[in-house]
Design a protein around this ligand. Structure first.
Ligand SMILES: Cc1cc2nc3c(=O)[nH]c(=O)nc-3n(C[C@H](O)[C@H](O)[C@H](O)COP(=O)(O)OP(=O)(O)OC[C@H]3O[C@@H](n4cnc5c(N)ncnc54)[C@H](O)[C@@H]3O)c2cc1C
Length: 494
């Protein structure tokens, strides 16, 4: 049995006071957010602990039905990931246990039974309240130690010790502290070369909670009996670590060159479309960074010494790679750190004080156009571009990045109150977007209401000092002709 270095303590939290049980049968990795076999600090930590304790490793990947917004769309995407994981783990010295919950709450019983036979449990850290509360509840009930491992970003979340009001302020901080972590990558294949004992699970447990067969569950009708939302159908995007890796390579080869100048153009769409894979953990930000650095022939010696918070020039990469990293690292890790530090991250009260004052001050302004949440959901507004964005959300589970901002701003303009606008955005985004229910969801939606932004003039009706956007200006600035045709709501005749 070879040894494996445990992960940096900054990424590790002991979530309860229960001890490690060396006489247990195995180490249990409860995989719920970093759903991948490689570039995964939690899996690496679980493997390291299994080596240290000289026991086997069980990787338990549940797909539960009592999660907020559970639907066919998200179940399909996760099952496609489980299918890839099953294949990847088949040749590895562990027991992979993919499992589908059929009755809400069963997962708790199963996890507790698995934990009772374990030396300790290791799980993913993910900074959203539903996931965090679930982990906390489990931590308090387990007879063995629960460790949470943070694989979320290039920077460990624990290092962010204060709030950053803007991306500029956060970028400055990152430029100071990130260099020390740029070589700290999870292993691409943490199980390679390990010889661990093969763990066995009790036959009675497996009879009661059978190992899922993702292939069978992806067949039409296989999920019909599940208590999840069946109106939200799967989309054409394939989930899983394999599809994520392929999309990453295609992006680096074909789209990255145009990212800097064309990413805001909905018609040409040069964005990475990696957000759903990052959300479900099918892809790691560390892998993206490694492959990008390789493609750019980059090394840490290229980093600028100056840490002024400038958006470009710090990394020492091409301008297009730097534009991409500003989204992937600055904006994404700002969102994750914000949610980790602000448990009520999606509430109106969590918006900056200046933004709340300004919105409240304009709360009674006349709203010439008003829509109900149901009208928004049905894409039934007077505005063809907004309706097209909403149709893209419903049909494809995403909105092009630039139009997503317009989508949010118009919901603010056409809702009775800013609080109602916030609720509508949260509900539609979490319900339909593959990458919804993510820290970026709450920072992006909050941004439409002033978060991480500054006050803008002239002060306007309804918006107050919140940055304004209009469909007319957007259609003038970026190309949307093909986009409007594609999401017109009319069936194509060709
Ligand atoms: C109203 C609104 C809602 C949003 N909801 C979500 C959401 O539910 N999930 C989500 O991941 N992002 C959300 N965003 C942020 C952003 O729009 C998406 O991350 C991006 O459009 C995803 O597409 P992509 O993967 O092609 O991004 P790319 O442009 O290729 O960027 C690469 C990666 O960087 C990160 N990123 C890009 N833009 C941002 C940003 N503004 N803030 C934080 N991270 C960013 C994402 O992880 C993304 O996958 C939202 C933005 C707004 C304005």
């Amino acid at each position: 049995m070879s040894a494996l270095a445990p992960v940096d303590p900054l990424r590790l939290t002991t979530a309860n006071h229960a001890p490690i049980h060396p006489a247990g049968d195995y180490v249990l990795y409860w995989m719920h957010s970093a759903r991948r076999p490689g570039y995964n600090f939690a899996l690496q930590q679980a493997a390291a602990m299994a080596c240290q304790l000289q026991v086997g490793l069980v990787v338990f990947e549940p797909l539960v039905c009592d999660e907020p917004y559970a639907s066919l769309r998200f179940h399909h995407f996760v099952l496609q990931g489980m299918r890839d994981n099953q294949q990847a783990f088949a040749t590895m010295p562990i027991l992979y246990y993919p499992w589908l919950e059929t009755k809400a709450g069963e997962w708790n019983d199963l996890l507790s039974r698995l934990a009772h036979k374990a030396c300790l449990v290791i799980t993913d850290r993910f900074p959203t309240t539903p996931v965090d509360s679930r982990v906390k509840t489990v931590a308090n009930s387990l007879p063995v130690q629960l460790q949470t491992v943070d694989s979320n970003g290039l920077l460990p979340l624990q290092l962010v010790e204060r709030d950053y009001p803007t991306a500029y302020a956060f970028r400055r901080f990152l430029q100071k502290v990130l260099p020390a972590f740029l070589n700290q990558h999870p292993l691409a294949d943490p199980l390679q070369g390990l010889t661990l004992p093969q763990p066995k699970l009790p036959a009675e447990l497996l009879r009661r909670y059978p190992i899922a067969d993702p292939h069978a569950l992806l067949r039409p009708g296989a999920l019909d009996a599940l208590p999840i939302d069946h109106r939200i159908k799967p989309v054409g995007v394939e989930g899983g670590a394999k599809a994520a890796g392929e999309r990453l390579l295609d992006f680096l080869c074909d789209d990255l060159a145009g990212y800097d100048l064309q990413r805001n153009q909905p018609d040409s769409d040069r964005t990475s479309r990696l957000a759903p894979y990052l959300h479900f953990g099918h892809l790691s930000v560390h892998e993206i960074f490694s492959r990008l650095a390789e493609a750019e022939g980059w090394h840490a010696g290229r980093l600028a010494l100056e840490t002024s918070g400038r958006r470009s020039g710090w990394w020492g990469m091409s301008s297009t790679a730097e534009a991409f990293l500003d989204e992937l690292v600055t904006w994404r890790e700002l969102a994750y750190a914000f949610c980790a530090r602000t448990p009520d991250y999606s509430s109106y009260e969590s918006l900056p004080t200046w933004a709340q004052h300004s919105l409240n001050h304009h709360a009674d302004d006349l709203r010439p156009v008003l829509y109900s949440p149901a009208q928004f959901e049905e894409a039934a507004t007077h505005d063809p571009l907004w309706n097209a964005a909403q149709r893209q959300l419903r049909e494809d589970g995403r909105i092009h990045g630039y139009l997503r901002m317009l989508w949010g701003k118009k919901i603010l303009e056409w809702s009775l109150t800013p609080q109602l606008a916030l609720n509508t955005m949260l509900d539609l985004n979490d319900r339909y977007a593959l990458d919804g229910r993510n820290p970026n969801s709450y920072s992006g939606i909050g941004w439409c209401l002033g978060r991480f932004d500054r006050a803008w003039g002239p002060e306007r009706e309804i918006f107050g000092k919140i940055r304004y956007m209009s469909s007319e200006n957007t259609a003038r600035k970026v190309s949307v002709k093909k986009y409007l045709q594609r999401y017109s709501g009319q069936k194509s005749l060709f």
